[in-house]
Design a protein around this ligand. Structure first.
Ligand SMILES: Cc1ncc(COP(=O)(O)O)c(C=O)c1O
Length: 356
């Protein structure tokens, strides 16, 4: 007899990318920012750590919420802070999807969505993409229409491509919520606000953002959702009372208040992204034009897994990913390479040319 809920028994669980804890690795596998966070973050965390840690944090994270609201020019009740975007994704499932109801997301995309649906006891279907990462509307649209929750990363992972707001609107469910997961939104070439939320149908759309990537705070676990206050009010009922701790809130506030630091780093990453893309193409890879802090690279000779292993032997980590039944019955596999510093990318390219 199993003690577990059948839904938990059934699933394998989400497997995060490798996180070696010792130094000496060139780590290009989990889309972290290679640059440190704003120096204001360490000062703020030190101040907070010397303060009242015996007291619970502000359950509404008011100061952080206000700073984010100012940034996006909305009122604070449009913002729900969370312990990373992953927590907001969990809250979204618990708020909007009953067991047996349907959730959907593009495939290939962020694998966690399907795991969260499984844990919730929800149904899950893929929104079909073509081989060039465009939508297979004939298959995708009817599935989105009947879903309770549709989740779309924009830019997408692992491909790094973006979809237009008009395309996203076509995926709005008939009677459900569309989540636009903008974990990589700050790496887009043109800045992009939350205009998508301002219309009438915007009342059924939630945008999620994270400080893990563009603000270099993956270790702090901080993110936020932006949506109409009616949606945020429902999600707030579901969240843990004190879901963001005092140190996280201090770090998050300092980070969003230093836009110059974030913009400077994302600009450097965009420039390294262009260089890496053209170098990989010269070495015989097909590379999707990326608007994120990683690129998706594939080769006709299919040597992806072997190249991943050989890089790993040299203490360079990239992400080998394989998606079965991706387009039609085809398996899609390839390498997702996070954008490191220029020095890290040089180390990677030197090793790659030895391997090839
Ligand atoms: C598409 C997407 N959404 C969300 C996340 C998780 O973000 P966070 O670190 O804020 O939980 C990731 C992390 O890799 C991601 O790729």
């Amino acid at each position: 007899m199993s003690l577990f809920r059948p839904d938990v028994d059934r699933i394998a669980g989400y497997v995060p990318g490798e996180q070696p804890q010792e130094s000496g690795w060139t780590k290009l596998n989990t889309n972290e920012n290679p640059y440190p966070p704003s120096p204001r973050v360490a000062e703020a965390v030190q101040r907070a750590a010397g303060g009242r840690l015996n007291i619970y944090p502000d359950p509404l994270a008011s100061q952080f919420r206000q700073a984010v609201a100012d940034l996006y020019q909305v009122e604070p009740d449009w913002i729900l802070p969370a312990n990373g975007s992953d927590e907001n994704l969990t809250i979204l499932f618990r708020t909007f999807v009953d067991p047996g109801e349907l959730a959907s997301s593009p495939y290939p995309s962020y694998v966690l969505y399907e795991t969260l649906a499984d844990i919730q006891g929800a149904g899950y279907e893929r929104l079909a993409l073509n081989a060039d990462w465009s939508w297979n509307w004939g298959l995708a649209e009817p599935v989105a229409a009947k879903s309770k929750l549709v989740l779309v990363p924009n830019p997408n992972s692992p491909s790094g491509n973006i979809w237009t707001d008009d395309e996203l609107m076509r995926l709005l469910p008939d009677q459900g919520v569309l989540v636009v997961d903008e974990a990589y939104g700050d790496f887009r070439d043109a800045s992009h606000g939350v205009e998508i939320l301002q219309s009438e149908i915007g009342r059924r759309i939630v945008v999620t953002r994270t400080l893990s990537k563009s603000y270099s705070l993956a270790g702090i676990r901080c993110g936020f959702a932006i949506a109409h206050p009616d949606l945020i009010a429902g999600m707030r009922k579901v969240k843990d009372s004190y879901n963001c701790n005092t140190l996280t809130l201090a770090a998050g506030l300092a980070a969003v208040q230093d836009q110059e630091w974030m913009q400077h780093n994302t600009e450097r990453i965009r420039s390294t992204r262009s260089r890496l893309t053209s170098e990989l193409r010269t070495c015989g890879f097909d590379v999707v034009d990326s608007q994120a802090n990683f690129v998706w690279a594939t080769r006709d000779d299919g040597r992806h897994e072997e190249i991943y292993s050989q890089l790993k032997q040299r203490r360079i980590l990239v992400r080998y990913m394989s998606f079965s039944d991706a387009v039609g019955d085809d398996e899609v596999d390839g390498l997702r390479i996070s954008i490191g510093t220029d020095e890290e990318i040089d180390i990677f390219l030197r090793a790659l040319s030895e391997i090839l």
